[in-house]
Unconditional design. Structure first.
Length: 196
């Protein structure tokens, strides 16, 4: 792995944690490279990544190589196979998750949110942790959107720039914009007394 790509992984992990978008070991992110992807290991401290915390996986499942990789690698693979994504960030933004319990799609109301997202689909597969159903739902949503939220679980954003480190930072930036838009919407609904 090139040094600048590793530095981008480190920066995203530290920034996700500092922004409160993921707890110490939650979330995962990846970049596509050749016929595979670099992805974070399961359970590692994202704010303190080392080179050993990243794994290269082929696009097709490989039981030997898959050992230790995030359980949501199935979602990352599906998104890379079926969309234009070159990087994916998955985090647990609190306001987005809260809204996902009540909305089928999140329509931003703030100017920046509307600039980045026409809507943020909410998908609700029967189970959410690294299943084929979740992979299909997220991949389908990310075919035509930059982001989606899995109900009660977390959000996925995609980067599409050619350079993998730039795509990863793009996906991270979209995650911050997603959560800001969701926080504004959440607070506006609270102000109106809208509980439905």
């Amino acid at each position: 792995m090139k040094a600048r790509l590793f530095l981008a992984f480190q920066q995203v992990g530290a920034d996700l944690f500092a922004a409160g978008l993921a707890s110490a070991t939650s979330g995962n992110y990846s970049v596509r490279e050749r016929e595979g992807l670099w992805i974070t290991r399961s359970g590692v401290q994202k704010a303190h990544l080392t080179p050993d915390d990243l794994l290269w996986l082929p696009l097709k499942p490989d039981p030997e190589r898959d050992q230790g990789a995030s359980v949501e690698r199935v979602i990352h693979r599906a998104v890379y196979r079926e969309t234009d994504a070159t990087a994916i960030v998955h985090a647990h933004p609190r306001h987005a998750i809260a809204l996902s319990f009540h909305l089928g799609a999140i329509l931003p109301i703030d100017l920046e949110g509307r600039y980045y997202f026409d809507q943020i689909p909410v998908v609700a597969p029967p189970t959410t942790s690294g299943t084929e159903e979740a992979a299909r739902a997220v991949a389908e949503a990310l075919r035509s959107h930059k982001a989606c939220v899995v109900r009660g679980h977390g959000a996925f954003t995609k980067g599409t720039q050619e350079a993998p480190e730039k795509a990863l930072l793009q996906a991270y930036s979209l995650m911050t914009s997603l959560e800001e838009a969701c926080e504004v919407k959440f607070l506006e609904r609270l102000w109106r007394g809208d509980s439905g």
